[in-house]
Design a protein around this ligand. Sequence first.
Ligand code: ADP
Length: 454
Amino acid sequence: MPANLTLDALKAAVAAGEIDTVAACLVDMQGRLMGKRFHAQHFLDSAHDETHCCNYLLATDMEMNTVPGYASTSWAAGYGDYVMKPDLSTLRRLPWVPGTALVMCDVLDHHTHQPVPHAPRSVLKRQVERAQAMGFDVMMATELEFFLFDESYADLFDSGYRTLTPKARHNVDYSIWGTSRDEPIMRDIRNKLWDAGIPIECSKGEADAGQEEVNARYSDAMDTSDMHSIIKLGVKQIAESHGASVTFMAKYDHRRAGSSSHIHQSLWQDGKPAFLDPADSHGMSAVMKHYMAGQLAHAEEITCFLAPYVNSYKRFVVGMFAPTKAVWSCDNRTAGFRVCGEGTKAVRVECRIGGADLNPYLACAALLAAGLDGIEKKMELEPEMRGDMYAATGAREIPKTLGAAAAALNGSAMLRAAFGDAVVDHYVHAAEWEISEQNRVVTDWERARGFDRA
Ligand code: ADP
C-alpha cells in the first residue's frame, strides 16, 4: 500500500480547500519526525523541491541539547544548514490532523547536495542498495508496543510523571473485554493510520496493564521504517486528541513489562522468498541460515542500535518476554532471534531484542548489515537452541548495559565497513553522551533511597 498522495493530487486537494498544510519531516537520531509545517501553497510553489533546517538536528540528545564533541557540526562550525529534500513517494494525508499532509525528507549536505551519511534514512538506504546489488529485496515489519495512560501529556509533565494511571488497570494481554476502555483510541489509531496509507493489520492488548501493540503489514525496509515513524507520531497525536497519553519508552517502570519493537525480516529475489527451501527440515534456505548466522555473530555489535538508551537495557529481564540471550530458536519467545512461518512462503526471522525506543532506520540497517555480512562470508548457522533460553547457561548474552553495547559498536569492523567510520563514531558518541548524562544527573531513585537514610 503506497503513500496516498501524489503532487498532482495534492495540488487538486489544495485547490479544493481540503489541504492547507504540509509537514516536511526528516528523521532525527532518536527516530523522531522533525521539520516544518508549510502553507500548502508555498510547498507546491517551492518547498516540494527542497527546504532547509539547522544541522544540529542530527547532533542533539533527546532534550534538544547541543551536544559537544560531534565531528559533523558544532558551535565552532557555526551550526549551519542541511538541505531537506522531500521524497515525494512518501507524500500522504494525515487524516487525524485537519487539512494536513506529510512528506518524509532526505537530508543532504547544504553545499554538495550529497546525502548526509549519518542521517538515519541515508544509513538505511545504503544497506538496502547493498542488498539490491546482491540481488535481494529486503522486507521487514517492525511491531510496536506502548502503554496508554488516562492522563494528558501536559498533566503528566506538570506532575513530574508521578500520577501515571494505565488505561487498563491490569494485564489485558489479548483480552477483547480487557481492552474495551482502550478501544475508542485504538480504533481511531487503526482506522486513521489506514487512511494515511499505512496498512494496519491489527492491534491487541499486551502483557501488562495499559499496554497495547499495533502491527502494520510488512513492506520494504525503507517504507516500513517510514511507517514506523509515522505510526509513533499518529499514536501520540490521536491519544492526545482523546485527552490521553502513551509512552514508547523501553521500560517506563521496573515493575512493569517493557515495550518492544520486534523486527521481522525476509529477503526476496525476483518476487520469490529467498528464505524458503521446502526441502530443509525447517524450510529454511542456505541464504536465510547465512543471514541469521551473520546476525548472531554480530549481535553484540548491533545491539546499540536496537537498545540505544541507558533505559533500554532495563527491559532485558528474565521471565518478562524480553530476551536476554542472542541465540536462535523456532517459534520460541525466549530467544533473541525467533524463526516464524517455518516451511511457508512467510518464513522469516524475528529479532526480539529491540525496544519500542529504537530508531527503525538504524535498527533495520544494522540488522541488514550483519545479515548481509553472513551471506557474503557464507557463515555457518550454529545449532538451534530449544527450551527456556532464560535458564540456558553459556549461551550468547545480550549486552547488559549501554556502555558494553557502545564499546562493541566502537570495535565493530563489520559496521565500520558497512556504515563508514564517521557514522559509527557519530553514534558511539551519542551513546557515550547518554551514559555521561546518566552518570551526572541525580535521579528520583537516588534521592528517595538516600535522603534520610544515608
Ligand atoms: P507475531 O506472532 O510475532 O505477533 P505476526 O504473525 O503477527 O507475528 O506477524 C508479525 C509481523 O510479521 C506482521 O507485521 C507481518 O506483516 C510480518 N510479516 C509476515 N510475513 C513476513 C515476511 N515474509 N517478512 C517480513 N515480515 C513479515
